[in-house]
Design a protein around this ligand. Structure first.
Ligand code: AMP
Ligand code: GLY
Length: 312
């Protein structure tokens, strides 16, 4: 098969390394790629936000399977365009990618399908956000999240009303995250260890490909601000067989069934960010792609060839 990987980070390097070892892979192209990837695959420069350009490149290179690293092209409708072209791509449509690209969608979807998550309100305006903080349904600390994609920077855990107000003003008046801050999700602060759980989904079924935990703080000795992950390890010792079965039953199965029932079957990598609370596992976030750095430790643990699974 002629396989195309989209992206330019360590996650895509890990994907390329994994796909390169599959017997089904005859040709491997990565775009835009990076210097490490270029040692294993042909790289071609492209702007991944230009959906038409990516589709044209896949056609020109007669690509059989396209695997998408980052969320942005998916939220811009890359999978929809490939489907219209009759070309195989592993990743969700823009509507299904809202599980990541709109936290308000993800939360209201979970509420509709009884998926365990932090209690929440969605605020559509600065005044309603302020009013909700004033009503104090969730006490303090309280968590404020920009609705849209904010490159992992859109979450504030506010210890008091003035910190919450500063976060509301930054997102909704100063537009710190641009359009992503037009709506805010305000939610209760949960406690417990965090585990990331990864699945390959075909629209109706989900196959576990493993779990991971990351080291979030920027400096050694767990000091400094939170990041998207400075490093990761897999599998997570916290997600044993019994807990994984519970997460499949209470979270993953209803998500797949709910997305299909709402007309947006989820096909692609599903990343379930979990917090293991005293009342059970709860969803902190969904991502519609592999994690970075988690992909670097999860992918090498998969024994079976990946290409046939992603192309199925
Ligand atoms: P998110 O982008 O939604 O994954 O949030 C980034 C980080 O904020 C998570 O990895 C958690 O550490 C923290 N966080 C998000 N939501 C909550 C919550 N409801 N309670 C406690 N911590 C949270
Ligand atoms: N490591 C977090 C993420 O990929 O979103």
């Amino acid at each position: 098969m002629r396989v195309l990987v989209l992206g330019s980070g360590a996650r895509e390097h890990a994907l390329v390394a994994r796909l390169a070892s599959d017997p089904e892979t005859e040709t491997l192209i990565a775009t835009p790629g990076n210097p490490g990837i270029a040692r294993m695959a042909r790289t071609l420069p492209i702007d991944l936000t230009n959906v038409a350009a990516v589709a044209e490149l896949a056609a020109a290179e007669r690509i059989d399977l396209t695997v998408v690293g980052p969320e942005l092209p998916l939220s811009l409708g890359l999978a929809d365009r490939f489907a219209a072209d009759g070309r195989l791509l592993f990743g969700p449509t823009a509507a299904a990618a809202r599980l990541e690209s709109s936290k308000a969608f993800a939360k209201t979807f979970m509420a509709r399908h009884a998926v365990p998550t932090a209690r929440f309100h969605v605020a559509e305006s600065l005044n309603s956000a302020r009013a909700q903080i004033h009503e104090g349904d969730f006490g303090f600390p309280v968590v404020l999240k920009a609705d849209g994609l904010a490159a992992g920077k859109g979450v504030v855990i506010a210890d008091d009303a003035s910190a919450a107000d500063a976060a509301i003003v930054a997102a909704m008046a100063d537009r710190k995250f641009g359009g992503a801050g037009e709506r805010l999700v305000i939610e209760e602060c949960l406690n417990g260890p965090e585990v990331s759980f990864f699945l390959v989904c075909d629209g109706t079924r989900a196959l576990s490909i493993g779990s991971a935990q990351d080291h979030k703080r920027i400096f050694d000795d767990d000091l400094g601000p939170n990041t998207g992950g400075m490093g990761a390890f897999a599998p997570s010792p916290l997600l044993d067989g019994a807990l994984e079965a519970r997460v499949m039953r209470e979270i993953v199965d209803p998500v797949l069934a709910g997305m299909a029932a709402e007309g947006h079957p989820f096909r692609g990598f599903l990343y379930v960010g979990l917090m293991l609370t005293q009342t059970g596992p709860k969803v902190i976030e969904f991502n519609v792609r592999l994690g970075d750095p988690e992909a670097q430790v999860v992918l090498p643990l998969i024994d079976e060839p990946l290409v046939p699974i992603l192309a199925a």
